[in-house]
Write a protein that binds this ligand. Structure first.
Ligand code: OAD
Length: 232
């Protein structure tokens, strides 16, 4: 590592859009097709666990069929010269499969299941399916290892601490709608350079030292990464 500058990447669903994974709030996004309260809340799980499992089975199938895109791959090259921390709201594993070595998942991981009895019992899923009757070693039903609306975000404090040490923050493909995750952008120190990569407007007006690259991740990131590597 040529220098010790720290780049924090904060990604959302737009990061994986070019890999074929649906976003949530774009036109035709997942929350147009599904009622979030019916599939992504603890109440939904109590009311209709089969529907919740089916929703996440479909998501998992999509993730297993997807490949990292040029944006994911470009971010890996940053590690040649910088300390890089990726904090993602995404539940897919495309950052890891591209080769990023330091990834925190704020909203869980779709390829894992966890016990409804003991949340420390977390399992890698071998296929796309998780069904009623699939149990942990203590005999309780397994649920998707996902942070649902209304649940705590266990990794939030760690993510805030990491963001506070950023020299550069790159926010990619998030509508900055869902808190507490969306508040991360306010946890940088004064003077931190912020790049926002999103083809659409996002609520970042008035934040100093911010550059909005209004392009898709797969186009903007290879260029930005090249520029950052050349500048060091
Ligand atoms: P959203 O669907 O809210 O926002 C996706 C963002 O990606 C939008 O701002 C788009 O403009 C942008 N976008 C679309 N295509 C892009 C591309 N090719 N390159 C770059 N950007 C692109 O997704 P999130 O902000 O990630 O949580 O949503 C946050 C959370 O809300 C999710 O983690 C999920 C969801 O409900 C849970 O399920 C708990």
């Amino acid at each position: 590592m040529a220098n010790s500058k720290h780049i924090v990447v904060f990604s959302g669903a737009g990061m994986s859009a070019e890999s074929g994974i649906s976003t949530f709030r774009d036109n035709g996004g997942l929350w147009d097709k599904y009622d979030v309260t019916e599939v992504a809340t603890p109440e939904a799980w109590r009311k209709n666990p089969a529907l919740v499992l089916q929703f996440y089975n479909e998501r998992r199938k999509q993730v297993l069929e997807a490949q990292p895109n040029d944006g994911h791959k470009a971010l890996v090259s940053l590690e040649k010269q910088f300390k890089v921390s990726v904090i993602t709201q995404n539940v897919d594993d495309l950052h890891e499969r591209a080769g990023s070595s330091n990834v925190i998942h704020l909203h869980g991981e779709i390829r894992k299941a966890r016990s409804t009895y003991d949340p420390s019992l977390i399992y890698n899923l071998k296929s796309w399916e998780l069904n009623l009757g699939d149990r942990c070693e203590q005999g309780s039903q397994l649920r998707p290892h996902i942070v649902w609306f209304g649940e705590m975000v266990p990794e939030m404090a760690r993510a805030q601490d990491i963001t506070y040490t950023a020299d550069i923050l790159i926010t990619i493909g998030t509508s900055l709608n869902v808190y507490p995750a969306a508040g991360l952008i306010n946890h940088v120190q004064r003077g931190t350079k912020i790049y926002v990569v999103d083809p659409n407007d996002v609520p970042v007006h008035g934040i100093p030292d911010l550059v909005h690259l209004k392009e898709k991740a797969g186009i903007a990131l290879p260029r930005l990464v090249e520029q950052l590597l050349a500048a060091e």
